[in-house]
Design a protein around this ligand. Structure first.
Ligand code: CMP
Length: 140
């Protein structure tokens, strides 16, 4: 089934100039980037984005990190895009992420684990809506 998922390249990915290397993997896989922009999150937007983690031990560190620099957000479309992209990014803790996955190859610690991708259809819809208007998304 053709799906849309939301992906964010985190401030560490932008600072380390990994945007091209990461996007290349999705395009090589046959997935399509149908929306993309660079934004700097303010605290309010970061809190909305990560509302499900409010109260967790790492929440403050996560919000501080996510507001520390620019991020690149995108909508990716393709067959089973949600699970395929999650597989490609690897486990949340980069120390456990398999080599060959994005976190496995480019990250070592959290919260600076390079990339975020939606974990379900519901979070994909919510996250896409948070960052993109319908007319900013291009789909045939
Ligand atoms: P992400 O996939 O964006 O979803 C939530 C984020 O919280 C996660 O990636 C990490 O950046 C961060 N995170 C998750 N667990 C921890 C942790 N134990 N310590 C610090 N940051 C974490």
């Amino acid at each position: 089934m053709k799906e849309r998922t939301f992906v964010a390249l985190k401030p560490d990915a932008v600072r380390r100039k990994l945007i091209g290397k990461i996007i290349e993997r999705f395009e090589n896989k046959g997935l399509e980037i149908i929306a993309m922009k660079m934004v700097k999150l303010d605290r309010e937007m970061a809190e909305k984005y990560y509302e499900e983690h409010k109260g967790k031990e790492f929440y403050e560190r996560l919000i501080n990190f996510m507001t520390s620099g620019r991020i690149v957000v995108m909508v990716i479309e393709g067959e089973n895009a949600i699970s395929v992209v999650r597989k490609m990014i690897g486990k949340t803790n980069p120390a456990e992420a398999e080599p060959g996955t994005i976190r496995g190859d480019f990250a070592l610690t959290t919260p600076d684990n390079v990339i975020h991708a939606s974990d379900s259809k519901e979070s994909a819809e919510r996250e896409i809506k948070l960052f993109f208007k319908e007319d900013e998304i291009f789909s045939e």
